[in-house]
Design a protein. Sequence first.
Length: 359
Amino acid sequence: MNKPKPGPPEYKVYRSRRKPLARGADLDALKRLLSRARDGGEAPPRERGPITPGRVLKWLAIAVATWLALSLVLFLVSAATQAGLSEETENALSSGGNMFTGSTILVLGSDVRTGESIDESASGPGRSDSIMLIHAAFGSVRKLSIPRDVQADVPGHGPNKINAAYAFGGPPLAIETVEKFLGNGIEINHLVEVDFADFPAFIDSLGGITVNSKSKICAPPFDNFWKGIHFKKGENEVDGTRALGFARVRKNDCAPGEDDRDRAARQQEVIRAVSDEVTSPGTFFRLPWVSWNAPRTLRTDMSGPSLLGLFADVASGGAGDTEVIETSLCEQTGLCTPGNLFVSDGAKRDAVRKLLEGD
């Protein structure tokens, strides 16, 4: 019997591995692989690509973002480590209002005569050296100054200059007095006290400011300006100490007709000048120092983010016209104590309307 012829042997099919040079590998890749093995596994340094405008812009954006983040952190830390207000003061404030829908802030520059102010030699109770209301909303700021010589009914103490309320009862009585004096539904939501001891450092961190004086100022000695202080009419570049002196000038021998209304206008001029300087391009390079010093000039109930919102609002909308409540000399009206300033009910009504609603 013939045996059948054997068929072809069976084969198993195996999938081979990819070769090192297959599918995209090139000679340069193989050279790098061999070089790495020869040098002990260390990869050779990568060749840097050419410097292009896109790469420059990328690194510039990262640097700017880092600088801004550092400034933000410094501001919030500085605000968080500042002393706040007493519980009694916070209870005197009205609830409601915020930086988006609108909030009314009472700003007091207190003339504390205990060595903490610029006047280290003076003694006696402190009075509010400046009184200003700020109504701030998102991107909008309106300001109203009340001259310190305005006569008001201080609860529990009768008719007196309005700045005496701070001496009689501190911030709580000052808040109550201002609300009662203005009336017309005004409510104070926050309080900011300016610390004169640290104010010059804040101005210096800005590199100084430029104030516009409406008259030539020849002030006799006051506070620690023992030789007096002088400013030319028009623009004056001032450092922190001179900026504080400009805001606190009480008597001007070069313009004897000036009174406390002109002083209030100078204080608002300082705020306008600060607003201009904060938004100037040069301040960007000083921003961390400005951010640290700004909260340290203040005592307030406002949290760090709220205070930052206020600074942003003042910076973006704080350079508006000066608004000082309309007054008359008491000697002219016979309705108050000579030497004080009188404010009519109509002037109060108009002032509150402009503050809360604008023109």
